[in-house]
Design a protein around this ligand. Sequence first.
Ligand SMILES: Nc1ncnc2c1ncn2[C@@H]1O[C@H](COP(=O)(O)OP(=O)(O)OP(=O)(O)O)[C@@H](O)[C@H]1O
Ligand SMILES: [Mg+2]
Length: 356
Amino acid sequence: MERTSEVEGTVRNILEEETLKWVFVGGKGGVGKTTCSSIISVLLSQVRSSVLIISTDPAHNLSDAFQQKFTHTPILVNGFTNLYAMEVDPVAEQENPSGSDGMEKWFSELAGAIPGIDEAMSFAEMLKLVQTLDYSVIVFDTAPTGHTLRLLQFPSVLEKGLAKMMSLKSKFGGLLNQMTRMFGMGDDFGDDAILGRLEGMKDVIEQVNQQFKDPDMTTFVCVCIPEFLSLYETERLVQQLAKFEIDTHNIIINQVIHDEEDVESKLLQARMKMQQKYLNQFYELYDDFHITKLPLLPEEVTGVEALKAFSKHFKTPYQPSCSTDPEERLERRVLGLKQQLSEAEEQLAIIRKEKA
Ligand SMILES: Nc1ncnc2c1ncn2[C@@H]1O[C@H](COP(=O)(O)OP(=O)(O)OP(=O)(O)O)[C@@H](O)[C@H]1O
Ligand SMILES: [Mg+2]
């Protein structure tokens, strides 16, 4: 995908890339993945025909962000005509589309033999469903980093599963089939059926995997905060994505404390200084990325209105109010100090009254 310096500081490049089909949003726990993926999906719904946002985090919070209950099938988000949301749990047992308990039993046994196969299978089934629903673009609100990286490895896990099944088949011949018949499961649940299902999945996997590796169709947005651990984790994520050949060139740095004139607190000033150190490192390390900075708000970002209001920082770089007229700045500072003084006097008066 083209990297243009004019759009730096925003996620406009993602909104303008008409061929994008899959947008992953990931990062460390609690940094703002759900908030950012929700806002990106809202912004995409303004420029694309239909958008689906999927949460693959077992601790779903799309419902919190949009203040609406979602399930494992796509539901229209209130207030939109083309934005849908669903929450899937890749680890939990999914409903089997063929409705067969016997098959599930074989799969859970297989899952025991090949770690990660159950997760990979349910992710693949979800992707298969999503593919048929024909959304213009799909946004993923992913679980914290480790989990997401596992999901991106699912094609190789499935291939290993398939290879293992093949070798079992050649070793035991028709034994598996005989056993399934013995237990009254019939031909439908024999090893051929399982192989067929795995192979059917493999086609979806191969197709999706190809799309995931195509930078015109897929990109990964890294969300982080300006702190050491988050910088470290972002670098790890970026390296892993490079290994999986998944495009990434957007970083969102959330919870930035800006140099506003009303930052009188010593603690906030110290945090601001620390943040600045890591912000500089982010800019040095990722000079070819679009880096979007988001201000730390005094309140949570929940509900469609709050998401929409916060979305302006995704399209226009944030301007702290300290860049205004110096007289106005000093006036505001005097006002702030006066307020602090009166608050301190009030508290002192209360304490003195209690003592008396
Ligand atoms: N810039 C911000 N200022 C203030 N609050 C924020 C900001 N960004 C996010 N929040 C709030 O912080 C909380 C965590 O954000 P969010 O749920 O988006 O993080 P997450 O990375 O998805 O977390 P998890 O790893 O638990 O899924 C939410 O309550 C959200 O409203
Ligand atoms: Mg979340």
